[in-house]
Ligand binder design. Sequence first.
Ligand code: CP
Length: 321
Amino acid sequence: MKFPRHLLSIGDLNQESALAVLDTAKELARISDGQIKKLPTLRGRTVVNLFFEDSTRTRISFETAAKRLSADVINFAAKGSSVSKGESLKDTALTLQAMGADAVVIRHHASGAPQRLADAGWIAGPVINAGDGTHEHPTQALLDAFTIRQHLKRDNANLDGLKIAIIGDILHSRVARSNIFLLSMLGASVTVIAPPTLLPVGIESWPCSVSFRLEDSIEEFDAIMTLRIQRERMEEAFFPSEREYSRYYGLNGDRLAQLKDGAIVLHPGPMNRGVEIDAKSADSVRSVIVDQVTNGVFIRMAVLYLLLSGTSINLSEEAKA
Ligand code: CP
């Protein structure tokens, strides 16, 4: 299996390479469960985390992942850097390349910024998209697929036959876009549920069904993913009030009770408790939100390894080294 040079969107993967990430992450999780927490795999390599937008989970888990593979890590946050003095993406990238970056993980408010970094050749090594504008967040979708596989007993398999709902602000969500393309590629049937104002133009051509009403079909789904309302990307009102939004699209105790046996609840974080999800749902036994965070480290270890080595991993040998 040949792995792509960069991971900019789910379109860079096919079913074989996506499953390779999930299987490699599973093996890394198994090893991390035992005595060995750190592998020598990327010793001598430098991973740069280039974050132009705020992040808790993604930035910390990429850092943890790189360190568990013994890479050196440089964390760059635009706030407090020379970006605030007007330095361009190009000059920032060239500076980091001059310091010996072997791979760059980038989060940027502009859709397409990771693609620009990869295409322009300012960075010699792989570029990994850690979320760009409203475009994509491929490692989030991979960790979501990993968590669904783990909890719905689809280990070592694709997601054939599973019904998955993604609810809320689809329009502004890079997480929704990456998940729709990945989960459908892995065989799941995906339905997006949102008010018409929070759906992107052209959603009919995406590999998903569309519904405007949560209560119509909530009992059908094996997994429910709720999304945060992305106020920071909204320049106008998309719904009358948070209270009304929550009444029609929020996950609460009543709706939780309607889910079928074994159904799970996901949220990429950060959550707005009381808006798209209430505390009872977020903290319920059905919630796998904390596991999503844990699994993010294994997925990012797998992605860093596969991109920097370009081959599948013999982890048993790595663990002995
Ligand atoms: N899911 C996610 O991207 O979270 P952060 O913004 O905290 O990285």
